[in-house]
Every structure is written in structure tokens, then in C-alpha cells.
Write a protein that binds this ligand. Structure first.
Ligand SMILES: [Zn+2]
Length: 106
């Protein structure tokens, strides 16, 4: 059985608190599974997705929030690649993540 991912109600990105909510496919529009609104600090992700996809989508939108002021021409491609890679990195390096959190949360 696939373990469910508890979607956080907020994420802190560059010192800004973003409110996270789920939305239906209809509310998001047919071409996107998630979005971020920088002015209002809102992140929406599609309600029906695999837990691993929710993690990837939250990383993806967080990366958009981190990179927005760089105004990159190819931001979407960069964020797509980094989002997928960070998701795999988290999955593949649990000891590193656990040890890093132990140090960073002191
Ligand atoms: Zn994107």
C-alpha cells in the first residue's frame, strides 16, 4: 500500500510563508497540476495525485517561488528538471536527509 503524503498547510520559502491548498483539475485549468501566486504567497496543487507526485509538485512550485526574481527565459524547463531531480534525490538519500535535518534544526 502506498503511504499517503500529508500535504503541508504552509511552506516557508525565502522567509515568506506560502499557504498551500489543494484544488480540483477544473479549478487549476486543464494544462496545469499546480501553480504559485507570488504576490499573495499561495500555492495550489491538484487534489488527486500520487503521493510522490504531490511531493514533486510542491518542490516544483517552491523552486518557482525561489527563482521568480531571476526572470529566467527557460524557468519552466529548469524547474521541471530540478523538481524531478530533487524528488529523486530525497528518495535516494534518506540518511543524508535525516543527518542534515539533525544538524540544521539545532
Ligand atoms: Zn512550473
Amino acid at each position: 500500500m502506498v503511504k499517503q503524503f500529508p500535504i503541508p498547510s504552509k511552506l516557508v520559502i525565502q522567509g515568506q510563508t506560502y499557504i498551500v491548498s489543494t484544488a480540483t483539475e477544473h479549478e487549476l485549468g486543464v494544462t496545469t497540476w499546480a501553480d504559485v501566486e507570488h504576490c499573495t504567497n499561495q500555492i495550489r496543487i491538484i487534489d488527486k495525485a500520487a503521493p510522490s507526485r504531490h511531493i514533486e509538485l510542491l518542490l516544483h512550485e517552491s523552486l518557482h517561488a525561489m527563482l521568480t526574481f531571476l526572470r529566467l527565459d527557460n524557468e519552466e524547463a529548469i524547474v521541471e528538471d530540478l523538481g524531478r531531480n530533487l524528488t529523486a534525490f530525497l528518495r535516494d538519500n534518506p540518511k543524508f536527509i535525516k543527518d542534515a535535518l539533525a544538524v540544521l534544526s539545532q
